[in-house]
Ligand binder design. Structure first.
Ligand code: SF4
Length: 358
């Protein structure tokens, strides 16, 4: 089992309120330029993009540390931001997440080089003023190792259950039967073409008339193709629609499949624009303003209704899963609320708990 350092930390160290005040974030290109600018200020011996990896049980953790300054013996995690006041507005949980990343890289480097301790630095680079703000900590290898083990254990507990689910899901999808007796006219050729290109990892552009059952004719073969005959199986299927009516059709297609095979261990998650899902349009998206933002990026044990504004975080404990499972369904549809599945990290979307899952 493999996991990137960034994913490991996003899963284990993300906590606290949803808070989008530390924005706007620089673009990816601005971020790269910021990293290069910081590196250019260091000495000639400065190392960039250091590949590091470590093992805990069956979990392999891999990633690239931003930079290491051998003259100072300092491992740097570089973050770019925009605007002088942005850093002052940065929520504590964002900073904690950055430290978690630095500490994981810190342990991987200590283990690789046999170091007893290491200086870690968070370097915040303002892409506007080109100024750096640096926070440092010096930690023992043992403290870093304990943090690494703690993160890996937390991740493994979830990853093992996910692995079991995916095994069961793939076995069920491999035997999935078309939910209706016959295909409609034109539906079978469409389904066959979709299946073939999905298995081959290629792209299909198709035009089909109204009424042949395009939605089920694409969703069904894609689900059948997910387990894969060889190579990498398809893990997630994204159905993008331009209109709400198209979204409803896709959800109905999944509901049809589930009616035909009620035991199908399939999870379907509807992502909607935050503006459409917002329950408090008069409030701002942070815990001091909106109750639904409170505790929404961590394990929300305190309030039953906060599950509605979890913008892209994964379930991470039994109490969270139990709470979600017992939460009331708000949809007019008969979809059952269940454990939320997602690793999306955007705050542009909110997860509306209309999650058909098993
Ligand atoms: S309910 Fe609205 S204001 Fe509150 S966190 Fe969600 S999107 Fe933001």
């Amino acid at each position: 089992m493999k996991v990137a350092v960034r994913t490991l930390c996003a899963f284990t160290a993300k906590a606290g309120d949803l808070d989008v005040r530390f924005t706007p974030a620089p673009t990816a290109l601005e971020g790269q330029e910021g990293h290069a600018a910081v590196a250019a200020r260091r000495g000639a011996s400065y190392q960039r993009e250091i590949s590091l990896s470590g093992q805990h049980g069956e979990l392999q953790v891999r990633g690239r540390a931003d930079g290491f300054d051998p003259d100072r013996g300092r491992l740097e995690e570089i973050k770019t931001h925009r605007g002088a006041g942005a850093l002052a507005r940065q929520p504590a949980n964002h900073r904690a997440l950055h430290w978690a990343q630095a500490m994981i890289y810190g342990w991987l480097m200590c283990e690789r080089d046999g170091r007893a301790q290491l200086e870690l630095a968070l370097v915040y680079f303002d892409i506007g003023s080109r100024r750096e703000t640096v926070f440092t900590r010096t930690l023992d290898a043992e403290a870093l190792r304990q943090h690494f083990v703690q993160c890996c254990e937390a991740y493994l507990a979830w990853a093992r259950s996910e692995q079991r689910h995916r095994g069961a899901r793939d076995a069920a999808l491999a035997a999935l039967r078309f939910p209706h007796g016959d295909f409609r006219t034109g539906q079978r050729p469409l389904a066959e073409a979709v299946f073939r290109v999905a298995r081959a990892g290629r792209t299909l552009m198709a035009q089909a008339p109204t009424g042949i059952g395009k939605t089920l004719g694409t969703v069904f073969p894609l689900l059948r193709a997910m387990p894969g005959l060889q190579g990498e199986p398809i893990d997630r299927l994204f159905f993008l629609t331009a209109k709400t009516s198209g979204r409803a059709l896709a959800l109905d297609a999944v509901a049809t499949l589930r009616r035909a095979e009620p035991a199908l261990p399939l999870r379907a998650l509807e992502l909607v624009a935050r503006e459409k899902a917002c329950e408090h349009p008069d409030k701002a998206c942070h815990g001091e303003s909106c109750p639904l933002a409170q505790g929404s990026t961590g394990c929300p044990r305190r309030a039953r209704r906060r599950w509605r504004c979890r913008s892209g975080t994964a379930p991470r404990c039994a109490s969270w899963r139990r709470r979600i499972a017992s939460a009331p369904t708000t949809s007019a549809r008969s979809w059952r609320t269940g454990p939320i599945w997602s690793s999306a990290t955007t705050t542009t979307f909110s997860i509306r708990a209309r999650c058909c899952t098993r």
